[in-house]
Design a protein around this ligand. Structure first.
Ligand SMILES: Nc1ncnc2c1ncn2[C@@H]1O[C@H](COP(=O)(O)OP(=O)(O)OP(=O)(O)O)[C@@H](O)[C@H]1O
Ligand SMILES: [Mg+2]
Length: 334
């Protein structure tokens, strides 16, 4: 048997190329038992490819990947029996009822009829699907289907559950529902790896966040670590359009960086590394430019700022900052 101290996931130098296109370029990832880890990245970052490697659906070209102590290439069966998985696209069969889906999976995982029935009934109750248990899954709402997917991933109580974009495409209510369901897994002590494009989701669900972009890990830490790494931001609002240019000059001279300017909101914003000292210099510079500040404040970077800085995607509009973090999502690619 593998040592009980093996991390839930150990990934070193994993590479995967599709024709001429590198999906993974040397990914490193360690997830401890009992941890909830978010793999955060924009479209095409390589999240699903990594999930496929970890769930033995594809073989890596290079590197080591171990799941619950088992090597994905050498011991794929043991890996598969030690994990639960909910894919990016619904994995349940729409023709079968909710009950039948779970019952079948439980039987495939080795339960007898009675045991499988009990597992299915328990999971349906846990995910508030008891009433819909007898209906074909195709008639379920998106949120119900996702709950059924999550339930399916839990059949057999695997110690590690991997969820690929569990809430993409869900309406806000169904997303909250799914978050609650994930929260229940966490309470059970299940180790979870979930991929997401939503900062808010990573922030809310995960103990630690691994940011992945273009097949590489570009940052890792708790959400606080990542925000601290991105430093702080100076935010200035002015009363008149005519003050925007001198205000931008003042902030640039105080911080050494060009501020983002939202003309409509008459709001300027710039990243700073030496918070209160920069605030002092900004005040002096604004005074000498003759700018009257409506608002001048120092705030901690949001996860949004971190993500945009790390993945090199500029702010589309500075006004984005005031929108919900979870909505600052890269455009869908076809
Ligand atoms: N089977 C495949 N054949 C060719 N290219 C592929 C294949 N699967 C993935 N890719 C490419 O590998 C890269 C990573 O894709 P992947 O699906 O892992 O990204 P992702 O982070 O899951 O994105 P999304 O958020 O859109 O699901 C992309 O450039 C994608 O086009
Ligand atoms: Mg994907």
């Amino acid at each position: 048997m593998h040592p009980p101290t093996a991390p839930a996931i150990h990934v070193q130098g994993i590479e995967k190329k599709f024709r001429h296109n590198y999906a993974l370029r040397g990914v490193e990832l360690q997830v401890a038992t009992g941890e909830v880890r978010a793999l955060l990245g924009p479209n095409g970052a390589g999240k699903t490819t990594l999930v496929k490697v970890l769930t033995t659906l594809i073989k890596p070209d290079a590197g080591v990947a171990q799941v619950n102590g088992w090597d994905v290439t050498a011991e794929p069966k043991r890996v598969r029996s030690s994990i639960g998985m909910a894919g990016q696209y619904a994995t349940v069969d729409g023709v079968l009822t909710g009950f039948e889906n779970l019952f079948l999976i439980a039987k495939l995982r080795g339960a007898g009829r009675r045991g499988a029935r009990r597992v299915a009934d328990d999971l349906l109750a846990r995910f508030r699907l008891t009433e819909a248990a007898g209906q074909p899954a195709a008639t379920y709402s998106g949120g119900m289907r996702r709950r059924l997917d999550l339930a399916a991933a839990l059949v057999g109580s695997p110690p590690l559950v991997i969820l690929d974009e569990p809430t993409t495409g869900l309406d806000p209510e169904a997303r909250l529902d799914t978050w609650d369901a994930v929260g229940e897994l966490v309470a059970d002590g299940t180790t979870i790896l979930l991929t997401t494009q939503y900062l808010e989701e990573a922030d809310r669900l995960a103990d630690r966040i691994t940011v992945i972009d273009q097949g590489r890990v570009v940052a890792e830490g708790t959400s606080d670590d990542l925000k601290a790494q991105a430093g702080q931001r100076l935010v200035l609002c002015v009363a008149e359009d005519g003050q925007l240019a001198p205000a931008a000059r003042a902030l640039a001279s105080a911080t050494g960086a060009q501020p983002d300017v939202d003309r409509r909101a008459r709001r300027l914003e710039v990243a700073v590394t030496d918070g209160s000292a920069a605030l002092g210099r900004a005040l002096a510079a604004l005074r000498s430019e003759g700018v009257e500040a409506l608002e001048l404040s120092l705030c901690r970077s949001t996860l949004d700022d971190v993500f945009l800085a790390l993945t090199g995607r500029g702010r589309r509009t500075p006004g984005n900052r005031t929108s919900q973090a979870g909505q600052a999502r890269p455009e869908e690619s076809a």
